[in-house]
Ligand binder design. Structure first.
Ligand code: ADP
Ligand code: MG
Ligand code: ZN
Length: 482
């Protein structure tokens, strides 16, 4: 019996996504990662007295994209609020966020589990807020912590889920899909390692069959989806064990320690902060009219689910292939460009998934940076289709194409790669091979027909692998059977 049997986990996720705007949410400072510390600041994002915020329209539009793409409602009126707390990376002493009147309400994320099972998780709200700066804690025993305020005022959306998630694996599936949608919408890079996407997980457990939720804890500080999955599993086990042994869970915030693989308490509810929210007096209400909503809605790109359904019907590929090919917009676009000049959808899907993605992964090259254009792949696949190249030769040509960016045509010339399909030339070679192997010929005719493989091998050796296997098989059978 598993250690959590008899109990059901309940999970709700809070995701912060940095928006890919050029400038910050309330000032004109540039948003850029990895710049000289404190070089991208001004009186507004430094929180100097008298400086006033002005809302970035593009940030609002990006939030609207995500709300509309997930089936939520963009509120006609939403309100910014001050969330007050003291922290060294928050020079104003408050963060401008949205509280009881967020811009987005409702919607859901549909996602698939590893075994293909479909799930759905409701969204409570999506709101806009500004990011804080960053404290750089001592790494080499310095006696001080440094503060970089470049991140202050970076626009964020916070996406709060309903407590609809029931396992760590589901949380992983939800996050992957959420990230994919953000990337399709081009509103967030989705890079968790760089902190462009951050996730807090609320976890509780309850006896199977009980309606009422158990007391939750909130996990923070995970820096990968796998980390989130592990932290949740850790916490489910801890809470279940605690309850089974007669204890009770206390509401608290825990920090995940990736090195130690444990979650440690940061603060309990008693010491939890009172943020003393109140409406931001320096900003008017955010009004979004229907025309703007319609405009954003009309201009949403094709989303992953729609794209994968369309690829299956347009190119007659399997559902699994469509899922892989729509992993990113760039990959799906690439595939469709290959298909402009090539007719066999499944062959192109196979080639891209095994050969192309294989080499990209191996060489850690992004698809956009590859020297191989979609047209080059179409041309190569056409040569396989026509029998000019064998699959094996095509792989050799492709390896060279990937490394050098040369066209298939040129590589074939340079390497003298031609597939021998000519029946009379191959016939002569086969006759010679049969005549120097009389024993095997006799055995074959005696019923050991699996010796066909031996003869095919000999022909391939003789032709340095350039013989067309279909033609060789056909001729050999004719001749061996005499
Ligand atoms: P807070 O500001 O205290 O974090 P929010 O309402 O912003 O509260 O977020 C609460 C998150 O916790 C939501 O994702 C919600 O689905 C989830 N949640 C609420 N109650 C529970 C519970 N008992 N168990 C697990 N998750 C929960
Ligand atoms: Mg929270
Ligand atoms: Zn600024």
């Amino acid at each position: 019996m598993s250690e959590i049997s008899g109990f059901e986990p309940v999970i709700g996720l809070e995701v912060h996504a940095q928006l890919l705007t050029n400038s910050k949410i309330f000032c004109g400072c540039k948003v850029s990662y990895g710049q000289q510390p404190n070089s991208l600041t001004c009186p507004v994002c430094l929180g100097l007295p008298g400086a006033l915020p002005v809302l970035n329209k593009r940030a609002v539009e990006f939030a609207m994209r995500m709300i509309l793409a997930t089936g939520g409602t963009v509120k006609n009126r939403s309100v910014f609020a001050r969330k007050n707390y003291f922290y060294p990376d928050l020079p104003k002493g408050y963060q401008i966020s949205q509280y009881d009147k967020p811009i987005g309400q409702g919607g859901k994320i549909k996602f698939k589990l590893e075994n293909g099972q479909e799930k759905s998780c409701g969204l409570t709200r999506i709101h806009l807020e500004e990011d804080a700066g960053k404290s750089l804690h001592p790494e080499h025993g310095e006696p001080y912590t440094r503060v970089d305020l470049n991140r202050c005022g970076t626009p964020l959306i916070e996406i709060v889920s309903e407590p609809d998630i029931r396992s760590a694996e589901e949380a992983y599936g939800y996050l992957s899909k959420l990230k994919q949608i953000l990337q399709y919408l081009e509103v967030c890079s989705g890079d968790m390692e760089k902190g462009h996407l951050r996730c807090d997980a609320n976890v509780s457990v309850r006896p199977v069959g009980q309606k009422k939720f158990g007391t939750r804890t909130e996990l923070k500080n995970m820096n990968s989806f796998k980390g989130v999955e592990k932290a949740i599993n850790y916490e489910i086990k801890r809470q279940t064990k605690l309850i089974k042994s007669g204890g009770t869970v206390t509401q608290s915030t825990l920090l995940w320690d990736e090195k130690k693989q444990v979650a440690e308490e940061m603060r309990s509810k008693e010491e939890s902060k009172d943020y003393r929210y109140f409406p931001e007096p320096d900003l008017v209400n955010l009004i979004v009219n229907d025309a703007w909503k319609e405009d954003v809605s009309k201009n949403l790109p094709e989303l992953p689910d729609e794209k994968s359904t369309r690829l299956i019907s347009d190119y007659h590929i399997r559902q699994y292939d469509a899922l892989v090919l729509t992993d990113s917009r760039a990959l799906a676009d690439y595939y469709e460009k290959v298909m402009v000049d090539f007719g066999d959808g499944q062959a192109a899907a196979n080639w891209i998934q095994t050969e192309f993605l294989g080499l990209l992964k191996e060489s850690k090259v992004e698809i956009q940076e590859s020297k191989v254009t979609p047209e080059m792949i179409s041309a190569l696949l056409a040569k396989v289709k026509s029998g000019e190249l064998s699959g094996k030769m095509a792989k050799e040509v492709f390896g060279e194409m990937f490394a050098s960016g040369k066209q298939a045509e040129d590589i074939i010339k340079d390497k003298g790669l031609v597939q021998l399909s000519d029946e009379s030339a191959l016939g002569t070679i086969i006759d010679n091979i049969i005549s120097v192997n009389p024993d095997n010929l006799a055995k074959y005719r005696d019923g050991k027909t699996n010796l066909l493989g031996f003869f095919v091998g000999q022909v391939m050796k003789e032709t340095k692998g350039q013989a067309n296997p279909q033609v060789v098989n056909k001729l050999l059978k004719e001749k061996l059977e005499g």
